[in-house]
Ligand binder design. Structure first.
Ligand code: S3P
Length: 430
């Protein structure tokens, strides 16, 4: 049952938080651990429903998953050979699960059907079908979308240049390449998050990289690891943006994942005028982790223009950056972000619709938005479209609006961040 949530304005953001484990890294650790030889153990694994979808698909394929009393997730892997699933694999709302698991299963023996919820069943899957078919895979879609069927067979290595910059597509091809004789190379126009490369190495695989490409020589066997998943910077983004709005705020987020392919938000917030310091920087399984402290500028946030490479590196943070645009002095402009239209919802259309509902002026483009600064917003009813990042982005905008805001479908936050509302109550001073 979708739930509603009322968000009241806040006077300040103050406190210290830890984020649940990064969603992207948890998907990869969960999937690789389930495929590897041996038993892996993960602390601070993502609590989101998306990563639970990955684990339950991998269980259906023969892995054993259990949760220890201390919250750690134990995954006993299948040692490189999955068991045929006797029913469709349900990927829920998770594009990462469906796209990555397809690459993992294409070279396996058996017939697999992958399904998802209404939103996932609308999302483009041709982007993974094309490279997998080029490798010789037998994979069929339903009108370009899920349900998707795979007849596992032996593949051949390829050298593939992705037309869209997508870490999910890159990871899908690498997972197929891991099990395929020869050198599989993926080239991408803009370098996307590199968690798969780092995770595969952590599980013992050899992966080569250049600035614009990643290569894997298969077949290789993965081996179990013990790891602590870094806090999710895309979840922290909501709190960092909230803190940036209040002169006098101070927020510390500990043990946060700061992988350079994910941390561009910190540069944007700095260029908007926020003061950010990073402490206790460490490397864990090649992922950077540190503590981030943010305070807001006394004269308010300035302006940001996000386009080209920046837009693709910030793709998950763009909804919240747009939602705080009205409270900056000179606005936020976003271009080259057409991918936002094919996420869990059409995020460009929903951001524009909801900003307007709150009384803001906004111009929508096919590939972005112009959100002028210096605007006052009022509370409104927010149509989240069942999209977790829209729920949380507008919960942040609501903190600075006049009056109460009603977020429809607020339960969707649990797709990536079930703790979001309780942590918001902890740091929002009213
Ligand atoms: C993700 C990659 C991005 C991102 C998504 C998670 C990943 O999607 O938007 O939330 O974990 O690889 P695309 O690969 O479609 O850009």
């Amino acid at each position: 049952m979708p739930t509603e949530r009322i968000i009241r304005p806040a006077k300040n953001i103050y406190g210290s938080l830890r984020m649940p484990g990064d969603k992207s890294i948890s998907h990869r650790y969960g999937m690789l651990g389930a495929f590897a030889e041996g038993t892996s153990l993960f602390a601070n694994f993502s609590t989101g429903a998306d990563c639970a979808s990955t684990l339950s698909c991998m269980e259906a394929l023969g892995a054993k998953v259990s949760k220890r009393d201390n919250g750690e997730v134990e995954v006993k892997g299948v040692g490189g050979r999955v068991k045929p699933a006797n029913k469709p694999l349900d990927c829920g709302n998770s594009g990462s699960t469906m796209r990555m698991i397809s690459g993992l299963l294409a070279p396996q023996q058996g017939r697999f059907t992958l399904v998802g919820d209404e939103s996932l069943s609308r999302r483009p899957m041709e982007r993974i079908r094309k490279p997998l078919v080029a490798m010789g895979a037998r994979l069929t879609l339903t009108d370009g979308h899920a349900p998707l069927t795979i007849e596992g067979c032996e593949l051949r290595a390829i050298d593939y240049t992705t037309p869209v910059s997508s870490a999910q597509v890159k990871s899908c091809i690498m997972l197929a390449g891991l099990q395929t004789v020869g050198l599989t190379t993926v080239r991408e126009p803009v370098r996307t998050r590199d968690h798969s490369e780092l995770a595969m190495r952590a599980f013992g695989a050899s992966v080569e990289r250049t600035l614009g490409s990643v290569s894997i020589r298969g077949p290789q066997q993965l081996h179990a690891i013990k790891a602590i998943v870094p806090g999710d910077i895309s979840s922290a983004a909501f709190f960092l943006c909230a803190a940036a709005l209040y002169p006098g705020s101070s927020l510390v987020v500990g043990e946060l994942g700061l992988n350079p392919t994910r941390a561009t938000l910190l540069d944007v917030l700095t260029s908007l005028g926020a003061r950010i310091s990073v402490l206790n920087l460490e490397e864990k399984h090649a992922e950077l982790v540190g503590t981030v402290q943010i305070t807001a500028p006394a004269k308010g946030l300035g302006t940001a223009e996000i386009s080209g490479k920046l837009a693709s590196q910030l793709i998950d943070e763009l909804p919240v950056l747009a939602a705080i645009g009205p409270f900056t002095r000179s606005g936020i402009r976003i271009r080259d972000a057409k991918e936002l239209r094919v996420k869990e919802s059409d995020r460009i259309a929903l951001v524009a619709k909801n900003l307007r509902a709150m009384g803001a002026e906004v111009t929508e483009f096919e590939d972005g938005l112009d959100v002028p600064g210096g605007q006052k917003l009022h509370g409104a009813t927010i149509d989240s479209g069942g999209d977790h990042r829209i729920v949380m982005a507008f919960s942040i905008a609501a903190l600075r609006a006049g009056g109460e805001t009603l977020i429809q479908g607020a339960d969707s936050a649990a797709i990536s961040f079930p703790e979001f509302f309780s942590l918001l109550d902890l740091v929002a001073e009213r």
